[in-house]
Write a protein that binds this ligand. Structure first.
Ligand code: MG
Length: 357
């Protein structure tokens, strides 16, 4: 045997791996032995393969799937570094969505042990409006606001319009005059399931890519439960600051998260409109619970607003409008002044102390 070749046992020891792991890596083409004895079938490894063996072990410890490890190992170091960074960005995004869900559950279960009387009930003042814009032949957005439910859906494809209205119609079951009783998370999940089925029925057999986004807030009297999928957005104006409470589920946003694209490059990227997720049975919407404070002003909008009106301008218009109605119309006017390239929908809701009558 050549001097620089190690037996599987010696190589495993040097690489801090088990022989069992090395045999698995061989079967999966992650790390092939330098030589296999044709008579005995024994595997031998070159000392130079140690680096790669240890990289595989580190990536396994990171939780990277084996197929992706195989891709990373085939790359030059600089490209491998970028792949690992992209993988980790994705893990963090998914973990953040799970963290929000965990917080939602904690809040739900904690609130269940507190009497409703202990909670100050607040109210919403709201307005919703949707506009075709100046370029599109039809309006495929649907916007809705009621005393319990705020929602925006942005339909796309040939049946985009019926898709967005089917989604909102299915959610309207949540907009009863009573505060929701029971588990808000279950209520929301059931309603979204209903909306997903309704959209599926509408676009089924369309043959072309059609569907809708959905961003909705369900009011509980003191909190807002958010459900979100797609590239419509929710913001809160609080203490003079504008905070976005949704992430865009777009292909370019995931490329930004993964460090493959800068926000400046994304603004002109040819696929900037491409959705990563929409309201389909296969996709999981983000869910989170937002504590409301008196004085909060919430905005839901379709991408027809936020693609052409920058956040500082949105903040200014939201701050200076005296009522939800005037805010909605000022925002839609701003989108149309910027060319109105898309349908634009806005829902604005103020959180207020109930008026005593
Ligand atoms: Mg749109």
């Amino acid at each position: 045997m050549r001097e620089d070749m190690l037996t599987i046992g010696a190589f495993a020891k040097a690489g801090r791996l088990s022989p069992k792991a090395l045999r698995l890596y061989d079967e999966l083409d992650l790390l092939k032995p330098g030589r296999v004895d044709p008579d005995t079938g024994y595997r031998y490894y070159a000392v130079a393969q140690l680096e790669q063996a240890r990289l595989v072990a580190w990536l396994r410890r990171l939780g990277m799937p084996l197929a992706r490890i195989r891709q990373v190992c085939a790359l030059r170091p600089a490209d491998a570094a970028r792949e690992i960074r992209a993988y980790w960005a994705r893990v963090e995004t998914e973990t953040a969505a799970r963290r929000d869900l965990a917080e939602f559950l904690v809040e739900e279960l904690s609130a269940a042990s507190v009497s409703r009387k202990d909670t100050t009930m607040l109210e919403l003042r709201y307005c919703a409006h949707s506009d075709r814009g100046l370029v599109r032949p039809a309006n495929q957005d649907t916007a809705y606001a009621g005393s319990r439910l705020l929602a925006v859906a942005d339909g796309f494809g040939p049946t985009g319009r019926p898709a967005s209205s089917a989604a909102i119609n299915a959610l309207r079951i949540l907009d009863t005059s009573e505060a929701p009783t029971g588990n808000v998370l279950n209520l929301l999940d059931d309603a979204v399931r209903g909306a997903t089925d309704a959209v599926h029925d509408v676009v089924d057999g369309d043959g072309e890519d059609a569907g809708t986004t959905l961003t909705a807030l369900l009011w509980t009297g003191s909190r807002l439960a958010l459900v979100h999928i797609g590239d419509s957005r929710a913001y809160v104006l609080r203490g003079g600051g504008l905070f976005r409470i949704t992430d865009d589920h777009t292909v370019v946003q995931s490329m930004i998260d993964e460090g493959r694209l800068t926000p400046e490059e994304a603004a002109t990227h040819p696929q900037r409109m491409l959705l990563l997720k929409a309201l389909t049975p296969a996709a999981t919407p983000d869910l989170r619970l937002q504590d409301a404070e008196p004085g909060d002003r919430y905005l839901l909008c379709s991408d027809g607003l936020c693609r052409v009106v920058p956040d500082p301008r949105i903040r200014h218009l939201l701050t200076s409008a005296p009522t939800p109605d005037s805010a909605v119309h000022a925002l839609i006017a701003a989108a149309n002044e910027a060319g109105g390239p898309d349908n634009v929908s806005c829902v604005v809701a103020d959180v207020v102390e109930p008026t005593m009558s």
